[in-house]
Design a protein around this ligand. Sequence first.
Ligand code: BTN
Length: 263
Amino acid sequence: MVTKEKFDTVFHGDIIGKEIIFLESTTSTNDVAMKTGRKRENPEGIVVIADSQTHGKGRLGREWVSPPGVNLYFTVLLRPPFPPGEASILTLTAAVAVVSAIRNYTGVNAGIKWPNDILVNGKKAGGILLEMKAAKNRINLLAAGIGLNVNMPLYELPEDITSLSTSLKMETGESVDRVRLFGKILAEIENTYKILLNGNKRALINEWIRLNSTLTKKVTVKSPDKIISGLAENINDNGELIIRLPDGKTETVNAGDVTIVKG
Ligand code: BTN
């Protein structure tokens, strides 16, 4: 049994965490947050956190392994005043917040792999899944779902991803207080979201660049319609990745799976 009160009260910002809904178990916190957000009277900043998920969702239709008692699974409900085409900046904003909180609270040297994987020692320890409901020119509702492997032991991971995934504890050998880390992440999200609302997108992109582990590397990007290989050169103001191809031309990608090519 998890002490719900602690998750409920660990952080209350002006925007983020005005209300924190703790669930012992649910299908997916993104689903609960989207349902909550459909009621217009529910303000942005509500956070849904679960101790375990029965249908945790990852990017590109994958499953997000969500056993109880060890990790963080939560979703922040937002109503950003931006057009849907600018949603990717929110992924970057969330990634900056999560990685800053991990670095500051645990001292673990986490990094961001474009667009939103949280890496520790080259392995994936967390990820971010954005879902939204939007009209033509405005986002009505955005669920920023964050999954972070905190104290999960290796044997809880499916065999096919053990070589690619990790948890904070697996990398440091030490348990991390999930509740306090959750509080620190929410505080960072409040901080970065306010920077975004104040129009300082460039500051967030610069911070993303400082914390990233993709740029300057040789990469292969599998996007829905093609595979591109080249040098990850930069990201633009929309958070899209710019790849320098072997023929010297550049290609810009806004979605896909990046593999960093070794050697
Ligand atoms: C990824 O594939 O990298 C994204 C993983 C996102 C997982 C989190 S856990 C909390 C929230 N609820 C979900 O069902 N998914 C996200």
